[in-house]
Design a protein around this ligand. Structure first.
Ligand code: ZN
Length: 402
């Protein structure tokens, strides 16, 4: 292997190729640093005396189907200028202790959107955790300082990630970029983001958020100039939660056999009616007739969704929501009464949705990606890695088992 091939295929320069060794399906090239390239690691002087102390084996990109390693002759360098006596540094590895070259790490990163961690690990003969660490290091660097200066419209969302744990995600709703991922939910989870806002020149004009009090008070304290929008996605989400609460309450009052029937009907109630086939539609009608409260609430959910698909402007929306609240209260169902009172007290922010041009599709799309990410949970016991993967979600195409 010529020295220039070493440079062009493996990104290793200032080193000379000595010899090959082929054993156990591996190709190992012994290399050493050019005699005139022994810089002092401390002051960069070339007036140095190297002493050979042993070799170090580092994995690089495969050649054909063979794993390829370089065996580097390592030296301790004594500097005549600053008197330092230090181990030579290898410029082609990612960190002092890395056992792989930058070229290999770069290829792992390039392949990652197309291949699972396990597939990459198997292909290169690396350990699973090594591949994960390479990606983690890359993501950490990439998302260290997500710029805020151009941000105008943000969305704040809490996400249930299982085992009683929540994360709060802040996104730029125009660019789709993730700006912050905090542990927990409510104002505390936004503490680090508040600090960044304080030192940023950004002027956030609109915040889309769910209807819980925790985020509203955080917005009032930290972004008092911004318009709060309780967007389509969050209003319908809350309505679905109420509907499910009624289903569970109804179920608890039933005999075991009937209970089973209702248990399997959760998705039937929560799904949008236009997505049901004829059989499912019939079954929903039957359910609505059998359980009056559930029937009423399910119809109210559809009419709430209709407001969003039909009503053209904020003024009409206000009237429509007021009418909806009257109907909801008239049912006498406790969960619907609470929903009506939540809507009434948040009406300005709900109606603001029509004026602020936020689309619900982007939020739903992102939430689907998060759910997908959570399903891949076997790889995310490492919380820091999981959070970094959330930052990377907007760029992600969903491929199986990543
Ligand atoms: Zn020196």
């Amino acid at each position: 292997m010529s020295t220039s091939l070493l440079y062009h295929t493996q990104g290793i320069h200032d080193f000379k190729f000595e010899s090959f060794d082929f054993t156990g399906g591996q190709t190992v090239a012994t290399i050493h640093r050019d005699e005139d390239k022994f810089h002092c690691p401390c002051c960069n002087s070339l007036r140095t005396t190297p002493t050979f102390i042993g070799t170090r084996k580092i994995q690089s990109l495969p050649i054909g189907s063979h794993r390829f390693f370089v065996r580097v002759k390592m030296h301790r360098i004594r500097c005549s200028d600053c008197a330092a006596f230090l181990m030579e540094k290898l410029p082609f590895i990612t960190s002092e202790k890395a056992r792989y070259t930058k070229a290999l790490a770069r290829t792992v990163i390039e392949l990652r959107p197309e291949m699972s961690i396990s597939a990459i690990a198997k292909y290169f003969g690396l350990h699973w955790t090594t591949v994960k660490e390479i990606e983690k290091k890359h993501l950490k660097k990439k998302y260290k300082n997500v710029p805020l200066s151009e941000v105008r419209v943000i969305g704040i969302d809490e996400i249930y990630v299982g085992k009683n744990r929540y994360l709060t995600v802040v996104r730029d709703l125009y660019s789709g970029a993730v700006l912050h991922v905090g542990e927990g939910k409510g104002g505390d989870s936004l503490e680090a983001f508040s600090l960044r806002l304080k030192y940023s020149t950004c002027r956030i004009e609109t915040v889309a958020v769910d209807l819980s009090a925790a985020y509203t008070s955080w917005i009032n304290n930290n972004l008092s100039e911004a318009t709060i929008v309780y967007d389509h996605f969050h209003v319908v989400k809350l309505m679905n939660e109420k509907l499910d609460k009624i289903r569970r309450r109804t179920m608890s009052e039933l005999e075991d056999e009937q209970k089973k029937m209702l248990k399997n009907k959760r998705w039937l109630l929560l799904k949008n009616v236009e997505n049901l086939d004829t059989d499912k539609e019939k079954s929903l009608d039957q359910l609505r007739e059998t359980y009056k409260e559930l029937g009423d609430a399910s119809i109210l959910k559809e009419s709430l969704r209709n407001i969003y698909s039909i009503v053209p402007d904020g003024y009409m929306a206000r009237v429509a929501f007021q009418d909806w609240c009257k109907l909801a209260i008239d049912t006498g169902i406790p969960e619907m009464k609470t929903m009506a009172s939540t809507i009434t007290s948040h009406l300005d922010g709900i109606v603001a949705y029509w004026n602020e041009g936020i689309t619900s599709a982007a939020m739903e799309g992102f939430n689907n990606k998060i759910r997908w990410l959570i399903r891949q949970a076997y790889g995310y016991h490492d919380q820091e890695y999981f959070k970094l993967k959330i930052f990377d979600l907007p760029k992600l195409r969903i491929v199986k088992n990543l």
